[in-house]
Design a protein around this ligand. Structure first.
Ligand SMILES: [Zn+2]
Length: 343
C-alpha cells in the first residue's frame, strides 16, 4: 500500500551522466520461485506484476481477524480483475500483503486455482505507519525469535496450510528507523540467510532505504537479495541510482493513471544510467478493502498493460527492455537463493 504520491523532481545532472554497464548484475533466469501452489521454475513466471494486493485490512494488528470478512465475497469481487489480466497475458502476480494487514493464503490459493495464475504470498511483518500493523509479540521477541516464526512458515507452511511464502515482506517508515523497524530488518536478514527468500521492503524514503541496506550488510546479506519497494517515494533519483549500482532491486510500483509521466521519468533516468537490469515496475493496485461495503473501490490491475507499456514504447523503450522489466528481472529478483554480502 502507498498513500503519498510525491512529485518526481527531475535531475538533469543525473540524466547526463551517461550509460554505465554493469555486466556482473545481468539477470540470470535459472532459479525457482515459490507460489501458493508450490515451487515452479522461474522461467515459468512469464509476464509478472511484482507488487499488487488482492485484499488489505487497515484495522491494525491488534484487531485484525479473519472474522472481519467473508472469503466468498472477497473471491467474488477479486476474481474478475485477476481473470481479466490473466486473459491478457499476466502469468504471475506477487500479492504483497503481509500478515496482520489482510494476508489470507486460502483466498490466494482459491484465486490461483480458479484463474490459473501464479500467485505468490509473503512472510514477515509490516513496520511502517508507526508499527500499527506489528503484532504484540514482535515488540518483546528478539529478531532471532521473529525470524524463527517466518522460517517456520517457509519450512512448515502458513497458518496450518501447506502454502509457503515466496517473499519476505517487511516495511519501515522514513529514516531514522525505529528500534522495532530495525529489528524487523534484522529478522528479515536472518530469515533470508536460512531460506533464500528475497526481502522486499516497503520504504518511506531514500535515507531509510540505505539505513536498511546497512543493517543487511552487517548481517551479511547482499543488496541483491533486497527489493526497495516504493522507490518512487524518494524523489531524488541519486538514491535510486546508488542503490541499483550496489545491486539492490529498485521497484517503481506506483504506476497508475495519475503517475504515468513520473514513472516514465524514473525509468528513463535508470535506462540512461544503464541500470534497467535492476529495475522492477508494478502498480500497488487492487484490493478488497476489508471493512468497506463490498470491499470498497477496487482499482483494476490494467494500467501497465493499457497505458504504461504503450507510453514506454512511444518513448523509445524496446521490446527487449520491456521483457527485462516485466519478465527477466522478476525472475531473477524472486528466485530463491541465499545471496551473501561480499566481504
Ligand atoms: Zn503495497
Amino acid at each position: 500500500m502507498k498513500t503519498s504520491r510525491r512529485k518526481f523532481i527531475f535531475s538533469g545532472v543525473l540524466m547526463s551522466a551517461g550509460t554505465i554497464l554493469l555486466p556482473g548484475f545481468l539477470s540470470k533466469a535459472s532459479g525457482k520461485i515459490m507460489t501458493v501452489n508450490g515451487m515452479i521454475p522461474s522461467e515459468k513466471m512469464g509476464f509478472t506484476l511484482v507488487h499488487e494486493h488482492v485484499m488489505v485490512d487497515f484495522i491494525g494488528a491488534s484487531d485484525a481477524s479473519k472474522s472481519r470478512y467473508n472469503v466468498d465475497d472477497v473471491i467474488k469481487v477479486a476474481s474478475p480483475f485477476l481473470k481479466d489480466i490473466k486473459a491478457r497475458g499476466v502469468q504471475t502476480f506477487i500479492d504483497c500483503t503481509p500478515a496482520y494487514v489482510g494476508r489470507d493464503v486460502t483466498v490466494l490459493k482459491r484465486l490461483a486455482d480458479s484463474t490459473g495464475m501464479n500467485l505468490i504470498t509473503t512472510t514477515g511483518y509490516y513496520g511502517a505507519v508507526k508499527e500499527k500493523f506489528v503484532p504484540m509479540h514482535a515488540f518483546t521477541e528478539s529478531a532471532r525469535q521473529l525470524a524463527n516464526r517466518w522460517i517456520s512458515e517457509w519450512k512448515n507452511g502458513i497458518e496450518g496450510t501447506n502454502i509457503r511464502p515466496g517473499l519476505i515482506k517487511t516495511s519501515t517508515d522514513k529514516a531514522p528507523l525505529t528500534p522495532v523497524q530495525r529489528k524487523l530488518i534484522d529478522a528479515a536478514a536472518i530469515t533470508h540467510l536460512e531460506t533464500g527468500l528475497t526481502i522486499g521492503v516497503h520504504t518511506g524514503d531514500g535515507a531509510a532505504a540505505f539505513e536498511q541496506l546497512e543493517i543487511l550488510k552487517k548481517q551479511g546479506v547482499s543488496p541483491m537479495a533486497r527489493i526497495w519497494f516504493h522507490a518512487q517515494s524518494e524523489p531524488d533519483q541519486a538514491f535510486h541510482i546508488k542503490a541499483a549500482k550496489l545491486g539492490c532491486w529498485v521497484s517503481f510500483d506506483g504506476v497508475n493513471p495519475q503517475t504515468l509521466s513520473d514513472n516514465l521519468g524514473y525509468l528513463t533516468t535508470m535506462k540512461a544510467q544503464g541500470l534497467l537490469q535492476r529495475v522492477l515496475v508494478s502498480q500497488d493496485s487492487g484490493w478488497y478493502n476489508v471493512g468497506e461495503a463490498g470491499g470498497g473501490n477496487f482499482k483494476p490491475y490494467t494500467c501497465i498493460l493499457n497505458d504504461f507499456i504503450p507510453l514506454l514504447k512511444r518513448n523509445g523503450f524496446t521490446p527487449q527492455e520491456l521483457d527485462l522489466l516485466f519478465r527477466t528481472n522478476p525472475q531473477a529478483a524472486f528466485s530463491i537463493k541465499v545471496r551473501r554480502a561480499s566481504s
